[in-house]
Write a protein that binds this ligand. Structure first.
Ligand SMILES: *Cc1c(COP(=O)(O)O)cnc(C)c1O
Length: 393
C-alpha cells in the first residue's frame, strides 16, 4: 500500500501514517509504550544519536506511534515535518520559544487564544521578550509595528472568541521583508480546511485536542514546520521536555481518519444554526466567517476551503442573570472549556483585548455545533432564547 503525492485530502486522511504490511497487516499503527530504547552495539547507538530526531533514541523524542501521527499531519497540511506535543498550548509555546531570546520583540494578534496571551505576558515577559498586540484586521499595516528586534509575528484566523479573519499572506509578506518568522494557530480550520504554508506561514500550531482527536477525550498538540524552521522548533520542544503520550497519539491518529466527514457535518450544522440565529430579535450579530455578509468572508473564501463548527454571536444587551437563565436550561449544549468533539457546547465568551477593544454592547456567546440533529439543536436554542427574553420581562 502507498499514498501518491497527488492524493486528495480525504485520501490522505484515510491512509497517511499507516504501514500495515510492516505491522503484521494490522490496519492501524500500533501503540508503542516506551522510555528506554535498547541498542545492540555501541556503533548502533552512536549512529542513532547522530541522526537524533530522525531515529529512535529515547521515548521522549518519539516512537513509531509518534512518527505515524506526525507524518499524517505533515502530509495533510503540506508541512516538511511535524512535531507532536502534549497539548495545543504546548504547540504554541514550542512554536514561539525557539525563535526568541532576551531583548527580542514579538507581535501577537489581539484575538489570540487567551492562554497564548498569558504565556506572552506572564512567561516571555519575565525572560525579557516583549509582546505587542495588534489589531487582527491590520494586514500589510503590520509593517509599521515591526521593530529591528521583532523576531516573530503570531497569527490566528479566525481568532478565538471573536472570529475575525486575518490577511495572513499580507502579514507574512511584511514580516518576511523584515526578517521575522510567522507562526499561525490553525486549530479552527484544521490542516484540512487551511494550508498555512501556502499563505506564507513558517510554523503552524494546532490544538489536536479539538477536531483532530475529535471526541473530547485526549489532550494533544502538533507543530508543523517548513524544512527551514524544523530544527529550531524541534530543539525547542526537546529543551522544554515535551513528550506526547502514546495512547493520546493513537487517539489523534484515529480521529484523523474521520475528520473529513465530521468536519463537513459540523460545518453544515454550524451554518444552519448561525443563519437561524441571525434572524432572531435577541441577537445583535453573528460571528462566523462562512456567512456571506461576515466582514471576514472574502478572506475566508480566499484562504480556506471550509469552516469548522465553532462560531460566536453577540446578544442584545441582556443581563447576566438572563444569560445564566438561558444557559442553565440548555438540554443538548454542554457548558465547558474546549470544543471540536462530537457534542455541542455553548459558553459565554470573556475576552481580553488591548489593541482593539471589543465594543459589543451585549454579551458574546460561543457555540460549538456538534453532530446532533440540527433541528433538535435549533429547538434547544429557541427555548434558550425564550428563557433569555422572559427573564428580562
Ligand atoms: C484549545 C485551543 C488551544 C489550546 O489547546 P489545548 O490542547 O487545550 O492546550 C490553542 N489554540 C486554540 C485556538 C484553541 O482553541
Amino acid at each position: 500500500m502507498s499514498l501518491r503525492d497527488d492524493s486528495k485530502p480525504d485520501t490522505i486522511l484515510t491512509h497517511a501514517g499507516r504501514d500495515p504490511h510492516n505491522n503484521h497487516g494490522v490496519v492501524n499503527p500500533p501503540v508503542y509504550h516506551a522510555s528506554t530504547i535498547l541498542f545492540p552495539t555501541v556503533q548502533a547507538m552512536e549512529d542513532a544519536q547522530k541522526r537524533r530526531f530522525f531515529s529512535m533514541t529515547y521515548g521522549r523524542h518519539g516512537t513509531p506511534t509518534t512518527f505515524a501521527f506526525e507524518d499524517a499531519v505533515a502530509k495533510l497540511e503540506g508541512g516538511w515535518k511535524a512535531i507532536a506535543v502534549p497539548s495545543g498550548l504546548a504547540a504554541i509555546v514550542g512554536a514561539i520559544t525557539g525563535f526568541v531570546s532576551a531583548g527580542d520583540h514579538i507581535l501577537v494578534t489581539d484575538n489570540a487564544y487567551g492562554p497564548t496571551r498569558k504565556y506572552c505576558d506572564d512567561a516571555l515577559a519575565r525572560f525579557g521578550v516583549a509582546t505587542t498586540y495588534y489589531d487582527p484586521s491590520i494586514g500589510a499595516g503590520i509593517s509599521a509595528l515591526i521593530r529591528p528586534n521583532t523576531k516573530l509575528v503570531f497569527t490566528e484566523a479566525p481568532g478565538s472568541l471573536t472570529f475575525e479573519m486575518q490577511d495572513i499572506p499580507a502579514i507574512a509578506k511584511a514580516a518576511h521583508a523584515r526578517g521575522a518568522k510567522v507562526v499561525m494557530d490553525n486549530t479552527w480550520a484544521t490542516p484540512l480546511f487551511c494550508k498555512p504554508f501556502d499563505l506564507g506561514v513558517d510554523v503552524v500550531a494546532h490544538a489536536a485536542t479539538k477536531y483532530i482527536v475529535g471526541h473530547s477525550d485526549a489532550m494533544l498538540g502538533i507543530i508543523d514546520c517548513t524544512e527551514e524552521t524544523y530544527l529550531t522548533v524541534r530543539n525547542a520542544v526537546a529543551l522544554l521536555g515535551y513528550s506526547a503520550a502514546p495512547d493520546d497519539l493513537y487517539l489523534g491518529l484515529r480521529g484523523l481518519r474521520t475528520m473529513g466527514v465530521r468536519l463537513r457535518q459540523h460545518q453544515q450544522t454550524a451554518l444552519a444554526l448561525a443563519t437561524w440565529l441571525k434572524k432572531r430579535p435577541e441577537v445583535e450579530r453573528v460571528l462566523y466567517p462562512a456567512l456571506p455578509d461576515d466582514p471576514g468572508h472574502a478572506l475566508w473564501k480566499r484562504d480556506m476551503s471550509g469552516a469548522s463548527g465553532l462560531f460566536g454571536f453577540v446578544l442584545k444587551p441582556y443581563s447576566h442573570k438572563a444569560v445564566a437563565n438561558m444557559l442553565d436550561g440548555m438540554e443538548l449544549y454542554g457548558m465547558g472549556a474546549s470544543w471540536g468533539g462530537f457534542e455541542s457546547l455553548i459558553l459565554p465568551a470573556h475576552m481580553t483585548r488591548t489593541a482593539k477593544p471589543w465594543d459589543a454592547k451585549g454579551p458574546t456567546l460561543r457555540i460549538h455545533a456538534g453532530l446532533e440533529d440540527p433541528d433538535d439543536l435549533t429547538k434547544d436554542l429557541e427555548r434558550g432564547l425564550e428563557r433569555l427574553r422572559s427573564t428580562n420581562e
